[in-house]
Design a protein around this ligand. Structure first.
Ligand SMILES: C[S@@+](CC[C@H](N)C(=O)[O-])C[C@H]1O[C@@H](n2cnc3c(N)ncnc32)[C@H](O)[C@@H]1O
Length: 256
């Protein structure tokens, strides 16, 4: 444990899965940590980089599976940092993109625990990119939106402006939405999005199990259902999905 009476918390974005996408600063923080609270979407092989004696705590949240409540995660952060430990909160993607990192920051700040964030490569950008889908392309699309599909467009609890999204003409990236793919695609079409807009699901991006399913907003739900997509997966919609960049050189994560 650290020598100071109060430790600190570093929120580290681990990127979408490939250890190569963890930042140099994130890796340094992991190596120096006394305690690591990690999620399942973080690149778990990087935990091998922690020092001897580091305490590793699994607070993973598996959809519809065993979960650690956010209040319990916050309490663990405060407990360990409060007793002097240098704590890393190791998260998938970027901590502040639909990742509740800012809630953890606020909990630390309220308790007087020093806190900082090391940004990570978000799956919202890396997922499409590794599937050969650029979020923007000159002459085609100059804007993109990243939204949560945790609840679909017809759900009373949604705070996403699906009407504006359907008319945005930019690329739409939807995280946590594959379970509601049918409702999302139908909802966007009903709100004015061209049903023939190219669309894709990217599953397990940045891993050797990455899969890309392509179709149109109208056809994607049936194609994805037949393909038995496993989480984590994201949806990307827009003209850029129709671009064909051709094959990529395999990466350390994707080559056999
Ligand atoms: C709770 S959000 C966290 C997002 C994270 N903060 C980020 O920046 O990537 C989890 C969702 O991100 C997406 N996701 C995360 N990792 C992914 C991956 N490797 N491949 C595809 N989608 C991924 C999925 O939509 C998943 O349901």
């Amino acid at each position: 444990m650290g020598t100071a009476t109060t430790g600190q918390v570093i929120l580290v974005g681990g990127g979408p899965g490939d250890p190569d996408l963890l930042t140099v600063g994130g890796l340094r923080a992991l190596r120096e940590a006394d305690v690591v609270l990690y999620d399942h979407l973080a690149p778990l092989t990087c935990l091998e980089e922690t020092k001897a004696g580091a305490v590793l705590i699994d607070v993973g949240k598996i959809p519809r599976g065993c979960q650690t409540a956010q209040t319990d995660i916050n309490a663990l952060l405060l407990e360990h940092a409060g007793s002097g430990a240098n704590v890393v909160r190791f998260k998938g993607g970027d901590p502040f993109v639909l990742g509740r990192g800012s809630e953890e920051w606020l909990a630390c700040a309220a308790a007087g625990i020093p806190v900082r964030v090391i940004p990570g490569v978000s799956s919202a950008i890396a997922g499409p990119e590794l599937a050969g889908i650029p979020l923007t392309h000159r002459g085609l699309t100059q804007n993109f939106s990243v939204v949560s599909g945790h609840v679909g467009p017809e759900h009373p609890a949604t705070t996403v402006n699906w009407d504006a999204l359907a008319k945005s003409s930019g690329t739409i990236v939807i995280l946590m939405g594959v379970a509601h793919l049918q409702e999302i695609c139908a909802g966007l079409i009903n709100r004015g999005l061209d049903a023939e807009t190219p669309a894709a699901v990217v599953a397990k991006a940045a891993t050797s199990d990455q899969r890309v399913i392509r179709g149109t907003v109208a056809s994607l739900p049936d194609i994805a259902a037949a393909a038995n997509i496993e989480p984590p997966a994201l949806i990307v919609i827009g003209a850029v999905v129709g671009l064909d960049l051709g094959p990529a050189i395999p990466t350390t994560a994707t080559k056999e």
